[in-house]
Design a protein around this ligand. Structure first.
Ligand code: GLV
Ligand code: MN
Ligand code: MN
Length: 394
């Protein structure tokens, strides 16, 4: 599976992956997913919101009346992302199905491998679009109207990728099929590096969000405009970035200005507009809000909220059962967002497994996980799926 995925969307110069939603690269990834499903005789469904599901067993019928045990992740990436964030969960899900079948396991409930659409929100700004639409926390009209950097709407992008955007929105039929969701993901910090464990279990996800700052100024000549006569929005950007750092340090949050657009983007012109995006995360919502307010004050701007993800604590009994099943695996909090968090917030019993990352680096081509640890992840996921699905023969 990795051999097939390795070249898809890989940028030669950076070695990073550029796998934005609803692009040609995304289509190739979708075809790969469909091929993996077909190779295993799993039925493929694509829901109204563009999420792909591969079914082992009838999604609407199960021997003991239980709903499906779903596992998977996403295949899209941030710009110049690593190989593992997302794909490790999908590859491991298929590998776990293979492992269970090789072991002769006959699940008493349906099993699904899912690939959620547009998890990173790299192109249209809002993360976890597929799972947010599925659970109804993202308004379909808003989603359809989101624009990428070239001005294309999400609706247009979906249409040109062959997905009809007319039916986006909360999908009770698909939700009704999900009994529980287990997402395996590469660890995005260093919590497992010094532990004698290749796999950890998620405790919860910090509340986090994204805000846009529109800083307007006046375009003018870089040589002839006296400093005193300028209205230069980059000065307010600089204040905003420094305020983000200071305020985050004060409350124990993390804050990032990772994306900036400058107009007209000319070396010899004072800019007329700076658009900057702020990402803030903390252990509690009040700390996040305090940082956003400080940044807004420093920039003399009103930060526009583009997405908000409340704190998530994963289902306690499932989490403890999974940790126990894995021989007392460490339980870790995370400040990264995941579709698992969206499903958990919608009431789906959800668990996450994290696979050790030797440097902790993520959202970068340097992201890594050792093969041995990835295989331990597959073992762990297979054990969890076997336990949650039960065996028809037993
Ligand atoms: C998703 O990877 C995030 O930004 O947390
Ligand atoms: Mn990510
Ligand atoms: Mn991810």
């Amino acid at each position: 599976m990795w051999d097939d995925l390795r070249p898809v969307g890989r940028h030669e110069a950076t070695g990073g992956y550029r796998r934005s939603a609803w692009t040609g690269t995304d289509r190739t990834l979708r075809e790969w997913f469909a091929g993996e499903a077909a190779a295993r005789g799993m039925d493929l469904t694509v829901d109204r919101n563009g999420n792909q599901w591969a079914w082992w067993g009838d999604p609407d019928r199960s021997e003991r009346g239980g709903r499906a045990v779903v596992t998977g992740s996403h295949l899209d990436s941030v710009p110049d992302g690593g190989a593992f964030d997302g794909p490790l969960g999908v590859v491991s899900a298929f590998a776990a199905v293979d492992r269970l079948r090789a072991d002769g396991h006959e699940p008493a409930r349906p099993v699904a491998v899912v690939s959620f659409a547009d998890e990173e929100g790299a192109r249209f700004g809002v993360p976890c679009v597929g799972s947010r639409l599925l659970t109804g926390v993202l308004d379909p009209d808003r989603a359809r109207g989101l624009r990428d950097a070239d001005g294309a709407t999400m609706a247009d992008a979906m249409r040109s990728a062959g997905h009809d955007p007319a039916h986006l929105g909360r999908d009770d039929d698909t939700l009704a099929r999900i009994g529980s969701y287990v997402e395996l993901h590469v660890e995005q910090g260093r919590a497992l590096v010094d532990q004698p464990a290749a796999v950890g279990v998620g405790h919860g996800i910090w509340p986090h969000g994204r805000w846009r700052l529109d800083l307007r100024g006046e375009a003018n000549h870089a040589g002839t405009t006296r400093l005193a006569d300028r209205d230069d929005p980059t000065l307010r950007l600089a204040s905003a970035v420094l305020a983000a750092r200071t305020a985050a340090e004060q409350v124990g949050a993390v804050a990032t200005v990772g994306k900036v657009e400058v107009a007209p983007n000319s070396t010899n012109a004072v800019p007329s507009l700076v658009r900057a995006w702020l990402d803030v995360r903390a252990a509690d919502e009040a700390s996040v809000r305090a940082v956003v307010a400080a940044v807004g004050a420093a920039a003399a701007a009103d930060p526009a909220e583009e997405s908000w993800s409340p704190e998530v604590v994963f289902d306690e009994s499932l989490r403890d059962a999974v940790a126990a099943l894995l021989g007392g695996a460490p339980v870790l909090p995370t400040a990264a967002g995941h579709d698992a968090g969206i499903l958990a917030a919608a009431g789906v019993p959800t668990a996450m497994l994290f696979v050790r990352n030797p440097t902790g680096v993520s959202h970068s081509p340097a992201e890594h996980a050792e093969r041995e640890d990835c295989l331990a992840g597959v073992d762990a996921l297979a054990a969890v799926l076997a336990d949650l699905t039960g065996d028809r023969q037993r």
